[in-house]
Ligand binder design. Sequence first.
Ligand SMILES: [Ca+2]
Length: 486
Amino acid sequence: MRISRRRFMKLTSEVSACALASAFISPKSLTANEKTAKDKRPNILFILSDDHSAPYLGCYNHPDLKTPNLDSIAADGARFNRAYTTAPQCVPSRASLMTGRSAVDIRMTRFTAPLPADIISFPEILKKAGYYTGLVGRTYHLDSPYYKSEPEVSRRVFEKHNLRTFARRVDYIKDGADKDNVASITEFLDNVPEGRPFFLQLGFSDPHRPWEAKDYEPNPNSITIPETMPDVPSVRTDLAAYYGEIQRLDGNIGQILEIIDKRGLKDSTMVVFMGDNGAALIRGKGTLYEYGLNVPLLIRWPGHIKPSTVCDVLISGEDIAPTFLEAAGVSALKEMTGISFMNAIRGKPFEGHKYVFAERGSHASLLPTDTAAFDLGRCVISKRYKLIYNALWQLPYEPVDMWKNPMWEDLKRRHDEKTIDPKFSKVLFAEQRPMFEVYDLEKDPYEFNNLAGTSEFAEVENKLKEALQEWMILNQDYLPLPIKSR
Ligand SMILES: [Ca+2]
């Protein structure tokens, strides 16, 4: 059985926060326990999963995934269908989440870069405003992600120049595995000084590869294969393993929500769940396609969001910081290019971005042996269309985090033997990629039909290139601009 992406994301008769101003619930209705104005500032719990594309949750109408806990966040609050990270990889995306700026602007396009000390992150602003702040669980990635396994020379440089900054930026830091998150959040909450609101970023490793949640996997033969992938046994096995990790994640999230609710913090806490970038599936993580950038974004904030709100506005990873700052009653920095989507959350009219942008750079601590390790690309997304600019168009596609992966090896073999649908051979195994790709996301949500260079869509392509040109100039981008001189 196949299912279209459109069906995954289809709006039902649920309320659109963007359209209905009447959906706004006055904060007055929830101030039964009226205290001082300062006390009304919400706690913010920001939960990040690792490598998670938007349709892969029950609440995005996925036909196979059972994710009741995450679905409950959407049911109690809002689900955003078009949230895009600013990069299809952990580090640059998380850097944007933390700073409200593009990874290019803040010099974070090399995966192992530490966030420069002069770049201010929003938790620092919250801390200054009186919040107790913490980073817990899956590493926040921004003191150099693999610091412990970095080569000795890098470690020496980090020490010599004092490049690890996050212990100074927040009150509480604790790296840990997913199984440790309950203990860590408990300790964090115990440490919150009385009378102060908290901000906590809680990271999960699931569903990052390797996929090992065997006990949570559905039967590979019974799952639905999306149109982005050939329906062959190796794909089924791989995808079922991905679903297993998501279903395990959901159980862990349930434990976290239970802690918040049992402590009586439900009404005073804005719970936000988001993927840090898309899934490590083919044409996912590491690419500027939808599966690389379009992530789940769910927000629960009782009394402020009408239950089962669904929102289709374009959201960028850059918008998280200014939105959290507005929720806390603090001004965003002028350097922040993200915009607060608090009006969308509250059901007020909200236009949002005309365009959102993303970049692809180096990956992990790898030498540039293929485009999984090193690729250079930019992308601009409008409400309907997307333009991808492959600066290393001469090189073929190689999926990220899939070295010696049995599924990918199987697809390569099938391509060589010509037993794979040619439409997959074309997009996965071409010797070179196009420099420009343009997709109509409404008609072609799986991005198979490249419209770049066609006369019919020349105006669309030019408009997108102009928007990207402007963004690249303003971000001091080091790549050649997409519109050349005569
Ligand atoms: Ca990630």
